[in-house]
Every structure is written in structure tokens, then in C-alpha cells.
Design a protein around this ligand. Structure first.
Ligand code: ZN
Length: 321
């Protein structure tokens, strides 16, 4: 018999070990089995019964083992004495490993039971999944009218950063009046909230919530026979719910920032080529107007935006580099 919980008081040891005999001396030669591990507070210390130099150790070790002798009597052996005298025994090392594994299992089971006792857990997970599905739908609807070049550009620009600098180039005549032009970069601004546009991140979040939902259906009958690895996985999946929630909050905030008109307008300057720009512009106008723009509206808006932008920047002829 081994005990799967650390004994915290001598009373607990007595309850688990009816043959505990605090008067006997424990000789390594008499070793039969380690029964439990103890860890007492300062007020509860018990003297160690290990035989050392022919007599009882008698020292008060704060932690150690209750071990059974061949005659069935159980004695206290402090941690230090166990290390010095018992660690050499293969049987003790195996027993100690077995007890440690049982203790870990028992602690994991307790933590999992506590996590699963939250009656609102499943509800909370499905509410998050529903919010995430709505966010996904919105982003797909936003990107539906974007040219592929813009989608690629946004994905490339993102790479884990929440905002991305947009730079335009303008030509400047070289000094000395010769006809040589130098191109310089001009910082236009930053597109914010690009992380909300990353559908892969949203799919990954959705998978994590699905795993948590499955873990939330684990019952007591599943917990007892489960392996340590399985218990750890369930616990990790359940504790991930809070992380998923804060990520979702952040993505929703990112989308709100992304949809601000001044931010959307910057997208126009992130793609090259007249055709791509016009497609991008049409997509932006759809979002800003809430309807499909005509070709004339697209061209007119493009001309106005460019004029306004150049005027605001020392009347330079700005273009996408
Ligand atoms: Zn000792």
C-alpha cells in the first residue's frame, strides 16, 4: 500500500499507518517498503528512527518518509537520512518514484476537479466561440472585396506587429541643378489593428476554444483512470480559456481601430499598381459608404485622396515605392 498524498501532520500518518511504531529503530537491512512521504510544520516535528552508528538518529527532520520494516512495523525516516542511507537501495528508489508519481496524479486530479466545478465554464466557452465566429464572419465580409495583393500585403505587413508603417516615396532634384533625381521615403502614417485581419490566428483561437469545450465535458469517471499526460492536457486546455478571452478582446479592439476611416484610407497606399489601387479603393469605399461604389465614384475618390494627400505634404508628388 502506498499513499498518494503528502502527509501534513503526524495524525495523518497515524491514520494511514496503523502499525506505526515510534519506538523502533530502522535499519537499512530491514527495509521492506516506503509507505508515504511526509512534510510537517515546525510544531509537528517527529524524531527520525534511522539507525546511525548503532543507535537511533533522533533528529527532527521536517520532511521524510514513513517506511515499513520486514516485520511490518512502520518508522519515520527523515529526508536527509533517507538520502544518505536508503537512496542506495534500488527498491527504495522505485518506491519513492512510485509515491512521487501518485502524489502528482492526485494533485492534478484535485486541480482538474476544482476547474471543472465551475458551473458556468461550458457556457462561457460557447459564448466566446460565438463571439469569435461573429468576428470571423465580419473579417471575411470585409476582405471579400479586397484584391489578393492587398490581402497578401496585410498578411506580410502584420507578422505579429499591431501597427504597420506606410511609406510613400517622392523624387527630389539633386543639388547643383543637374537633372538627377533622388528618391526619398516619406512616412505617411501607420495602419493599426492589422492583427484582426489575420484569419489564421482566428482559426487557431477557434481550435483552442474547441479543445477547451471538449475538456469541459470531462467527468469524474474520466479523471480517475486518466494518465498524468492526459490530466495535464485537460488542465492546460481549461486554463487556456482565460487567455483565449483576452486574445479575443484584443482582436475585437484591433478590428474597431482598423475600421476607423482614417486608418482604412491608408490601405490605399499600401498596394502598388493603378489597377490594384482602384480595387483596394473600391473595397475601402464599400466599407465607408456601406454600399457598392460606382466606377466613377472610385476614380473620383482616388483623385481627391491623392490631391489632398499631396497638398498636405508640401505638394510633393507622392507615390507608393
Ligand atoms: Zn535522521
Amino acid at each position: 500500500m502506498i499513499v498518494s498524498q503528502i502527509a501534513r501532520t503526524p495524525g495523518e500518518v497515524q491514520a494511514q499507518c496503523p502499525t506505526l511504531d515510534m519506538t523502533c529503530v530502522f535499519d537499512t537491512k530491514e527495509y521492506a517498503q516506503a509507505v508515504l512521504k511526509y512534510q510537517f510544520g515546525k510544531a509537528d516535528l517527529v524524531p527520525c528512527q534511522m539507525k546511525k552508528n548503532g543507535e537511533r538518529c533522533g533528529r527532527n527532520h521536517a520532511s521524510g518518509w514513513a517506511v515499513r520494516r520486514r516485520d511490518g512495523r512502520i518508522a519515520y525516516v527523515g529526508e536527509g537520512c533517507a538520502r544518505e542511507n536508503l537512496k542506495a537501495l534500488k527498491k527504495f528508489r522505485m518506491d519513492a518514484r512510485g509515491i512521487a508519481a501518485q502524489i502528482r496524479l492526485s494533485e492534478l486530479r484535485t486541480r482538474l476537479t476544482v476547474a471543472l466545478s465551475d458551473a458556468c465554464l461550458s457556457q462561457r466557452i460557447s459564448a466566446l466561440s460565438a463571439r469569435l465566429a461573429r468576428l470571423h464572419e465580419r473579417i471575411v465580409a470585409i476582405q471579400r472585396w479586397w484584391p489578393l495583393s492587398l490581402k497578401k500585403r496585410i498578411a506580410g505587413m502584420h507578422q505579429g506587429t499591431p501597427e504597420v508603417t506606410v511609406e510613400l516615396a517622392f523624387a527630389e532634384q539633386a543639388e547643383g541643378g543637374t537633372e538627377i533625381f533622388k528618391w526619398r521615403l516619406h512616412r505617411l502614417g501607420a495602419v493599426v489593428g492589422v492583427e484582426a485581419m489575420d484569419l489564421r490566428a482566428i482559426r487557431a483561437l477557434s481550435n483552442r476554444l474547441d479543445a477547451a469545450a471538449a475538456a469541459a465535458t470531462v467527468r469524474e469517471v474520466d479523471i480517475t483512470p486518466a494518465s498524468e499526460a492526459k490530466l495535464k492536457r485537460w488542465l492546460a486546455e481549461l486554463s487556456d480559456v482565460a487567455v483565449c478571452e483576452s486574445t479575443l478582446n484584443r482582436l475585437e479592439d484591433a478590428l474597431a481601430s482598423f475600421l476607423a476611416p482614417c486608418n482604412l484610407k491608408l490601405l490605399y497606399w499600401t498596394v502598388r499598381g493603378r489597377r490594384e489601387q482602384l480595387y483596394t479603393l473600391a473595397g475601402i469605399l464599400r466599407l465607408l459608404l456601406g454600399m457598392c461604389p460606382t466606377e466613377a465614384q472610385v476614380r473620383e475618390a482616388g483623385a481627391i485622396w491623392k490631391r489632398t494627400l499631396c497638398t498636405a505634404h508640401d505638394a510633393r508628388d507622392l507615390r507608393v515605392p
